[in-house]
Design a binder for this molecule. Structure first.
Ligand SMILES: [Zn+2]
Length: 511
């Protein structure tokens, strides 16, 4: 009987918004809103994912399917935020690499990354981690790296790994099948002494955040093209990196990556075909459109008043305060507009530990006047004064076993307090930045978004799996903030010299 393969997995999962004011330090890796333990080692890494829908859940399933021994080393993930400190990379990365060395040898490695991590020292932190993994295991051990669709893929990542495997859906609901793809590839590499031929093609263009939903045109066309390529004879894998617009790094932008059985030329031809077609659609793939906060609130109030309105709340997507992309979670642009326009039936979260402290001191059931939000930085509006009754206090933990963006399950928003304001809006004040990607966030507090006319979800695509099923309409609002959809509002310094749309005359050599 052939020897059972031993395959290690490790990862430091982070989406870094280099424009965000909140740096990602060791303290951020002590707790995470996305999972109960921000850093998981060994069996804990296994246990925290087995029943989730994450990439690791897929590795676990694949280890049963292929009968390999999956060795969980370490996995660290925390909420998207600003640049990662040098200390984080040295400490957690150092521990990961030390485990890889001391617990080896392994027959293959699965690196579980997000793909848009930027540290103080390494603008391509994912590539640097993969490079160090390769140095430890040597050239002969197959290495695959799974990535989020928002990865800013680098040449280094493609060079030092044998396969990159990226989610194909946004909202991200295919982490498990993509993890299976990665495992299928490394198992074949480890048992057949084979390596795929790979090609990374990067047309000089950015996909705008408003166009990121893979279920809608024009992004759907890019994924459809990938699917056509994946059906070609000899093609054994392929991925699109949608890119993450708020990282000021050279790799920012679209990536088209193809694996062929044995021909680099054929991998290249297929990747360039996808890239050329995306390039010809670049004007449609970047459009910062959408109503302003005042237009959106006015529209939602008019719609909510209509008798003929479909059931369910109007969900306003707060693009500029996209927590899942690294913003502060305390933007008040929409809330202040709600007060101005006298919106009564309104539900949302605001991150504000200071206001929570005041509420705790006042006590549950009591009335309070408090300034909330707009405190983290100068990008997300001014604090808003609310007067109301404190109706709930909770530890902020909630669990969602349903379909959630990227498959996260065990959430932790930290101490949470709800205020039902005299002005109208009901606001859940949260301690940590948890994206509004699960309705359980409100159910766990005793509130049903279904019972409100207007609900704010801070995000663009990640809240959709949770809110689309109950919303009468989803409105993407062009709010300012650290995750504004308008790239011209940021000062980039490290991008490729000529990149569409920052350079409208950018040229693509293989056009
Ligand atoms: Zn993503």
């Amino acid at each position: 009987m052939p020897k059972k393969l031993r395959i290690a997995t490790l990862g430091i999962h982070h989406e870094t918004n280099t424009f965000a004011s909140n740096k990602t330090t060791m303290a951020e890796f002590e707790r995470s809103g996305l999972q109960t333990y921000a850093v998981q080692r060994g069996q804990q890494y296994y246990d925290m994912h087995k029943s989730a829908q994450t990439s690791m859940a897929g590795f676990i399933q694949a280890s049963e399917k292929h009968n390999f021994e999956l060795v969980p080393l370490i996995f660290a993930a925390t909420d998207p935020a600003g640049t990662i400190s040098k200390e984080v990379f040295n400490t957690i990365g150092g521990e990961a690499l030390e485990m890889l060395e001391s617990q080896g040898p392994f027959d293959a490695i699965l690196i579980n990354q997000m793909g848009a991590a930027v540290s103080e020292e390494y603008p391509d932190m994912d590539g640097e981690l993969a490079r160090r993994v390769r140095t430890i295991v040597g050239p002969d051990v197959p290495v695959a790296m799974t990535l989020d669709l928002h990865a800013n893929v680098s040449k280094l990542m493609a060079e030092v790994t044998d396969a990159l495997v990226i989610y194909k859906t946004n909202p991200h609901i295919d982490a498990i099948p993509r993890a299976h793809d990665a495992c299928d590839l490394v198992v074949r590499m480890a048992t057949e002494n084979w390596r795929p031929a790979k090609w990374l093609e990067q047309p000089p263009m950015v996909v705008g955040i408003f166009q990121h939903d893979t279920r809608d045109m024009p992004m759907k066309a890019v994924i459809d093209d990938l699917e056509s390529v994946l059906r070609l004879p000899g093609i054994v894998g392929g991925s699109i990196g949608q890119g993450y617009p708020w990282s000021d790094v050279y790799e920012n932008g679209l990536s088209c990556y193809v694996l062929h059985e044995d021909s680099i030329d054929k991998a290249k031809k297929a990747a360039q075909w996808i890239a050329r077609r995306a390039w010809s659609n670049r004007k449609y793939l970047y459009k910062p459109v959408g109503p302003s906060p005042s237009e959106a609130v006015g529209y939602a109030l008019t719609q909510a008043a209509l008798k003929s309105k479909k059931p369910g709340p109007i969900v306003l997507l707060d693009v500029g305060d996209n927590i899942g992309a690294g913003s502060s979670g305390d933007s008040t642009f929409l809330l202040s507009e709600a007060l101005k326009q006298n919106a009564r039936s309104w539900l949302q979260t605001i991150r504000d530990p200071e206001a929570i402290d005041m509420c705790i001191k006042a006590g549950i059931g009591k009335s309070i006047t408090v300034n909330i939000g707009g405190k983290a930085d100068s990008l997300h509006g001014k604090p808003v004064e609310l007067t109301g009754r404190i109706t709930r206090m909770s530890d902020g933990r909630f669990e969602d076993g349903g379909t959630v963006h990227a498959g996260w399950r065990f959430f932790d928003a930290g101490t949470t307090v709800v205020i039902e304001s005299n002005e109208g809006p009901t606001v859940a004040l949260v301690t940590s930045r948890v994206g509004n990607m699960s309705r359980e966030q409100f159910y766990s507090l005793g509130y049903r978004p279904e019972d409100f006319d207007i609900v704010v979800a801070k995000g663009v695509v990640s809240p959709r799996p949770a809110y689309q099923p109950i919303a009468s309409e989803m409105v993407t609002v062009n709010t300012p903030g650290a995750t504004s959809g308008d790239m011209s509002t940021f000062r980039y310094k490290h991008l490729r010299k000529s990149l569409y749309p920052l350079d409208l005359n950018a040229q693509y050599a293989h056009d």
